[in-house]
Design a protein around this ligand. Structure first.
Ligand SMILES: *Cc1c(COP(=O)(O)O)cnc(C)c1O
Length: 351
């Protein structure tokens, strides 16, 4: 008997979408951008001074922070940088959710939240979305140990108006509320504008989706400085140098290229609107999306069968075999050509 097994930490991990290595695949399953990062990012990486990698990264990450400070109404002490927003969120859960009361999040949302709760033994409660997959704000008025809201939500793509988020904040001034804004740039309004009004609000964003930089692993949190200082202390008790210096330089270069950013985001939004129309001609009902993906269903087609059929055709989308959403597909918005290939493949589908 291997007695050491008693000492293992056993946990069910988060399972991300597949990353097929075959280049011919049309990859619409993990919400990456179909467009290359800004040419400025490429230039920053090519011209990066190799000798700088000899040293540990800057503690203050000032170049990237300055670039972010031009976009959001925050100063350096109100910004926290991390190795992808998953890491930022994991550290937020550890820092802000230390109550015996449950942390609240929707029943259908980013499936990493319950994994972190299990990892840290945080009690949690899933609050059902309504029949249109919307958050019912009154459901968050009760006693709790903190709240996490993804806005726009994933995998539903549904956006919650900022005044409704503010209403939830106002009803929960004694706990921390995290807004995960991984998809906010595709048509929503960031809660970053509320940070100076509420000392219990944390807004988390990422370079992985709207910045076309999933591979660089940069995410950040914005909050009042007391919360950021608490987050820094937890991070520095875990790994003081989380964000490598090359990623910082690449992300800073991307942040400065606002025109390219707007061009990519606008292209994705217009491809999204076109795709929704084309799918509706084929009988699909798609939830109103403010993200770089859509969540769609068809009364006459089995979502699971369509998912498997598309995969055989080398078109990868995401299917969740979970209660309430097992007849939906989550489809990342690619280029116009990729979406046309998707639509054509669906037209040829026979159950
Ligand atoms: C993609 C995603 C993240 C994580 O992004 P990183 O690549 O780790 O920055 C966080 N939250 C949601 C809701 C996401 O969809």
């Amino acid at each position: 008997m291997q007695k050491w097994k008693e000492n293992l930490r056993v946990i069910e991990p988060y399972v991300p979408g597949e990353q097929p290595q075959n280049k011919d695949v049309i990859k619409l399953n993990t919400n990456e951008s179909p467009y290359a990062p800004s040419p400025e990012t490429g230039k920053a990486i090519r011209e990066y001074d190799n000798d700088k990698l000899r040293l540990y990264p800057s503690f203050v990450c000032s170049e990237l922070k300055s670039a972010l400070m031009e976009t959001y109404p925050v100063n350096e002490s109100e910004l926290f940088l991390g190795n992808g927003s998953d890491e930022v969120l994991a550290l937020c859960f550890m820092t802000f959710f230390n109550s015996k009361k449950p942390v609240l999040f929707p029943d259908i949302t980013y499936s990493f939240y319950d994994v972190w709760c299990n990892l840290y033994n945080i009690p949690y409660q899933r609050i059902p979305l309504d029949n249109n997959f919307r958050i019912i704000k009154e459901d968050y008025y009760g006693k709790n140990g903190g709240i996490v809201i993804t806005n726009p939500n994933a995998p539903t793509s549904v956006y919650m108006e900022l005044n409704d988020i503010e209403d939830i904040i106002k009803h929960n001034e004694d706990v921390i509320l995290i807004v995960d804004e991984a998809y906010i740039d595709f048509g929503g309004k960031s809660a970053a504008d509320l940070i100076h009004k509420y000392d219990n609000l944390v807004v988390v964003q990422t370079y992985s989706k709207s910045r076309n930089l999933a591979g660089i692993r940069v995410g950040y949190a914005m909050a009042q400085k007391e919360l950021i200082a608490a987050l820094e202390a937890v991070k520095n008790s875990f790994n003081s140098y989380t964000l490598n210096s090359l990623s910082q330089a690449a992300a800073a270069a991307s942040a400065k290229d606002k025109d390219y950013f707007n061009e990519c985001v606008n292209k994705i939004i217009s491809t999204r609107e076109h795709t929704v129309k084309e799918l509706s001609k084929l009988g699909f009902e798609t939830l109103p999306s403010k993200a770089n993906f859509i969540f769609t269903t068809n009364k006459n087609i089995s979502a699971e069968k369509l998912f498997n059929y598309l995969k055989e055709k080398n078109i990868f989308v995401r299917y969740f075999n979970k209660p309430r959403i097992s007849e939906y597909l989550r489809i990342t918005i690619g280029t116009d050509e990729q979406m046309e290939a998707l639509i054509n493949a669906i037209k040829e589908f026979k159950q």
